[in-house]
Design a protein around this ligand. Structure first.
Ligand code: DAU
Length: 334
């Protein structure tokens, strides 16, 4: 089986590639990634030389290149992780998100329709639903995204669904909650807070820190994506949530405790504009396929903090900007 993974040099994509190569000895992977600021060749250093792995650098909006890849590689499955993913950046540069997330996904869907694939799994997010005070979002709920990022993901998600409804493309969609774990770019809440504290810096908490997220360890999301890819019903949408709802202040306190720091390391700062209050997912549908999260939150946070401690050279390079110079050089050599 040949899988085309887009955005496989990023956080969730790289974890998924490693997961698939370890689990299926007869699967071949093509990682198609532009290697933008948050992707990193070092995320996949251990599998770079695996004969079942191939890397192609490029943009999912580049129609010519995307066509060439489908024509030459003839992938059986496509899993689309490629996306601009950070809400705060979407507030600064919204158009970039529309381009990559909507136009890029559209280019992939159109090409997959032209050449034919057995399955096209689109990785979406719980942010497409918007915010919810009580209860949990179901897959059938209305989409009311609030940030430019969430809108761009909702657009891509709906386009993927339309390609199933209109053209019969075998599409599957997953909407997951907030991921954390190894190789997460240090701009998201957990990765930023751990690395700041390891540098003895304060952690910036938006507003009063009372917004709520549901956290999932990245490998549980990988197994969920794998479950949907192999057991999901074509044309269906599946929520993937960890069932670990916490306020950001609670998360900050967990991490402070884990790294033996006190609350004086918290710096309360101006709130994010349009900040969604709470995300929560009803995961009964994917659980019917036999999936459940395997990692307990406390242990997973501990494991994640340990990974960042032991892999300081990975994130220090990113935070100091050294890596940005390094990968520009790598581009030229590709
Ligand atoms: O829900 C899934 C989504 O989770 C993904 O689709 C997005 O790609 C991903 O970025 C994430 O979005 P969030 O905005 O929820 O994640 P982030 O880590 O940026 O923020 C989590 C919460 O922590 C949010 O309420 C804002 C707050 N926060 C975040 C940062 C970076 C802070 O208080 N301080 C910070 O410095």
């Amino acid at each position: 089986m040949k899988l085309l993974i887009t955005g496989g040099a990023g956080f969730i994509g790289s974890n998924f590639i490693r997961y698939i190569l370890n689990k299926y000895s007869d699967y071949w992977i093509i990682n198609f990634d532009i290697v933008s600021y948050c992707a990193n060749f070092e995320n996949l250093k251990d599998i770079e030389k695996n004969p079942r792995y191939k890397f192609i650098k490029g943009d999912i909006c580049d129609e010519k290149l995307v066509n060439k890849i489908f024509q030459k590689e003839k992938p059986d499955f496509v899993v689309n992780f490629a996306a601009e993913s950070h809400v705060d950046r979407s507030i600064l540069e919204p158009k970039k998100f529309t381009r990559t997330n909507i136009l890029g996904t559209h280019t992939l869907l159109e090409t997959a329709r032209k050449y034919g694939v057995k399955k096209f799994e689109h990785i979406s997010t719980d942010e497409v639903y918007g915010t919810i005070k009580k209860e949990e979002f179901k897959e059938t709920d209305v989409l009311l995204p609030n940030s430019p990022y969430a809108v761009s993901k909702a657009g891509a998600d709906l386009l993927a669904r339309a390609y199933y409804k209109t053209f019969g493309l075998p599409v599957l969609i997953t909407r997951s909650s907030n991921n954390f774990g190894p190789y997460q770019f240090p701009e998201k809440l957990i990765s930023l807070f751990i690395t700041n504290l390891l540098e003895n810096k304060k952690v910036p908490l938006y507003g009063k820190g009372l917004n709520i997220r549901d956290w999932i360890y990245v490998l549980d999301n990988c197994s969920g994506i794998d479950t949907v890819l192999h057991k999901g019903e074509i044309g269906e949408i599946y929520n993937i949530g960890g069932g670990n709802e916490f306020t950001n202040l609670e998360i900050a306190k967990f991490i402070l405790k884990e790294l033996s720091k006190d609350e004086s390391f918290i710096e309360y700062i101006k709130d994010r504009p349009g900040h969604d209050f709470r995300y929560a997912l009803d995961t009964r549908k994917i659980k019917k396929l036999g999936w459940k999260p395997e990692h307990k939150f406390g242990e997973a946070i501990r494991k994640t903090a340990k990974w960042y401690k032991e892999n300081a050279s990975w994130w220090e390079k990113i935070k100091s900007g050294e890596y940005l110079k390094y990968y520009k050089k790598q581009y030229k050599n590709l």
